[in-house]
Write a protein that binds this ligand. Sequence first.
Ligand SMILES: [Zn+2]
Length: 152
Amino acid sequence: MNSAVRTPETPAKIWTPSMAAPTKRNLWNAMLRGCRGRCPNCGEGKLFRTYLRTADCCSHCGQDFTHHRADDLPAYLVIVIVGHIVVPIMLWVETNYSPPIPLQLAIYLPITLVSALLLLQPVKGAVVGLQWALRMHGFDENGAESASDRPA
Ligand SMILES: [Zn+2]
């Protein structure tokens, strides 16, 4: 018998335990942990090294955080959230009391700035938790990260 016949060009797939369906990750739990600045996997280690820079990995469970691709989504979400709080208040105050414009600017601009800065880290943590729970990008230990997922 010819040895080339026994060795096909594409080897047959052999089932291994690593090919089984991955365990489902709790989306809301991961987002809540990320929102609190904790590791979405264990909820113990810190997610952030600085204000908006994520740590390379969890200090408690070793989960790798370098796979996240939050990019600009946290900033867009913060704009939507803060805008939906501040703008209706501004419109209500203007239509009912009509205070001087300098007074309104002195109140609304700091409120907008402070609330945006306070929300950025929790929202980014929630986005990273969402990406981890959905196994997006490199958070799926069984899937290879495609070249299109990597930043340029
Ligand atoms: Zn962890």
